[in-house]
Design a protein around this ligand. Sequence first.
Ligand SMILES: [Zn+2]
Length: 239
Amino acid sequence: MAATVKQTFQHLWALQQLDTELRTLSDKLSQIPGRVNDLKKAAAAIKTELDQAKGAIIEHKVQYKLSEVELKSAEEKVTGYSVQLYSAKTNEQYKAFLKEIETQKKIKSGVEDRMIVLMEETEALDRKVRENEKNSAELDVETVRKVQMLESEQQELEAAIATRREQREATAAVVPADLLKRYERVRANKGGIAVATVRKERCSGCMSPIPAQLILEVDRQDHLYLCEACGRILIVAQE
Ligand SMILES: [Zn+2]
């Protein structure tokens, strides 16, 4: 038994709803790999930062050890020149030793300043590492949880898409072939929307006014009409 025009309206409307839903679901599905990737990247970034801070601490400790050696050497030189000072034979020698002592003291003070900076920086890095380790661990847990959620969302979306595809196939099967062809063509050309309703005397697809006579004809549901402006299939609103 051939479907009435009214039934065809309902089928077209259902088809349009299913296609719109399928598009939304597919869009959501296609975004999931990117979202998973972003989460993993964020977790990896904090780990990289952590590793860099750890590397900087090691480097600071090496520099500190080297400074200790430098400091000791300057101290020994100060001691050495101080002893020599008393055995200076001439005034010039005495002055030269004094100058050396002064130089070594300056070196010593410079090294000490550097060591303080190194120590402060190391402490700051230690704090950062501790903080980042905590954050990184928390983020890892959070990331695993979020990725799992996205994976189950993906499964749900795939299942929903499969169901709607089946429904779509069944619905498309009862729409007359030539009409279905038109539907597909308009849908491809008009941003996925092939079926429009008359709303406030306008086409819901393109907002063009619809002549009063045409509205009456569409309302009778005994014939199919197209919007003259956009070519969409005009049906009575199915609420
Ligand atoms: Zn239109």
